[in-house]
Design a protein around this ligand. Structure first.
Ligand code: SF4
Length: 369
């Protein structure tokens, strides 16, 4: 192993001191910080933890949420997806109003404050399908915040019905949509998208739909999926795009790095992707995101993607939110993730208190419950 030179350590230390003093990191500096090795990882993590503490305090937050994946039928075959199915596959499913409303009612009895619904791109879906899903959930569980769809679903539904994405978003809001998922972002670099999800919308369209949502008063999350075949500079570009959007709209509630779960995905089986990010990369993704995204208050650590033990460490590397209870998660499970079923808040509390922090329940929009 190459030893860390004094010069390298000084360079990283100086850069971290500048960030502590308010310096706005550049994309190049993101590449530098995401590439550190050895004990310098802890230095980057410690700086991010200090910034987290100053910005949002010591609470570790979580949301009581439930997923409703309406269908796994999908016209696409993204290389990183182990979830989608074609018609005729033995485990393909598609729920209608009755099943969706039963799940929504069950969510309410579980004292869930958020229902999250994203699905496959069903061949028969159009704009009305997405409006219907929101309407059904809102009817069945009117007190629950609906966190639904993503720019890909909105683009798909609008295209199928010949309306604009802005019009579809407005109709979904009218039907009860509270916020939109910032998924389908993957890596916002078209060369990488062409490799991992050629059937998905391109970067420019993702940005456009997110900005439309924000302008309509629909907040969104922001995500990245990393650890497959992207380079560090692609991650830096992605973060820069998110920071630019946030400077303009202020509509992102949180940033959720999603570590690539590779096991059952075509991308990995065909040798086109690595077997996911390492623990070092996971911690640095959280830490550098905290340091770079100075305008997004909350950085979520995904226990579903990282596993609970690493997620705990990520909470002292810049993360402040541990995500949701996730009743009925099936997308990561489809790709081979192990820790995907319901996580009891008692277990979250144990992790938070072990770090000397306090667990607090929040709403989707980060109000304390
Ligand atoms: S990631 Fe989404 S759009 Fe892509 S294949 Fe899977 S379900 Fe379909």
């Amino acid at each position: 192993m190459n030893r860390i030179s004094g010069q390298e350590a000084r360079k990283i230390g100086d850069l971290l001191d500048e960030v502590r003093s308010g310096h706005r990191l550049t994309e190049e500096e993101v590449v530098t910080l995401m590439d550190v090795r050895g004990r310098l990882v802890w230095e980057v993590a410690a700086a991010a933890d200090e910034v987290r503490e100053a910005k949002v305090g010591d609470a570790v937050t979580f949301v009581r949420n439930q997923n409703i994946n309406v269908t796994n039928l999908c016209i696409n075959r993204c290389g990183f997806c182990g979830y989608s199915r074609k018609a005729g596959d033995p485990d393909a499913f598609s729920f209608g109003k009755t099943e969706v409303q039963a799940k929504a009612k069950l969510a309410e009895t579980r004292k869930v404050t958020e229902i999250c619904t994203v699905s496959g791109l069903h061949p028969d879906f159009d704009a009305d399908s997405y409006i219907d899903i929101v309407t059904w959930i809102h009817e069945a569980a009117p007190s629950v915040h609906i966190h639904a769809s993503n720019p890909m679903e909105v683009a798909y539904g609008a295209r199928k019905s010949g309306i604009t994405t802005e019009d579809l978003l407005a109709c979904m809001k009218e039907a009860g949509l509270g916020s939109m998922c910032g998924t389908a972002a993957e890596i916002l670099v078209d060369d990488v998208r062409a490799e991992i999800c050629p059937g998905k919308i391109r970067t420019a369209e993702w940005i456009q739909i997110v900005k439309e949502a924000h302008s309509l008063g629909i907040p969104t999350t922001a995500t990245i999926m990393y650890g497959h075949c992207e380079k560090i500079r692609d991650r830096a570009r992605h973060l820069a795009i998110l920071r630019e959007i946030q400077d303009e709209t202020g509509g992102f509630t949180e940033f959720v790095p999603l570590s690539f779960v590779h096991m059952t995905t075509p991308l990995w089986r065909q040798g086109k992707a690595r077997a996911g990010a390492t623990g070092r990369e996971d911690l640095l993704m959280i830490a550098v995101s905290r340091l770079f995204l100075d305008n997004i208050p909350h950085i979520q650590v995904s226990w579903v993607k990282m596993g609970l033990k690493l997620a705990g460490l990520a909470l002292i590397a810049g993360g402040d939110d541990i995500g949701g209870t996730m009743f009925e998660e099936s997308i990561s499970k489809g790709a081979g993730a192990r820790d995907t079923d319901y996580l009891d808040p008692a277990e979250m509390k144990r992790v938070a208190e072990d770090l000397g922090r306090t667990l607090r329940q929040r709403t989707t929009l980060y109000e304390f419950v």
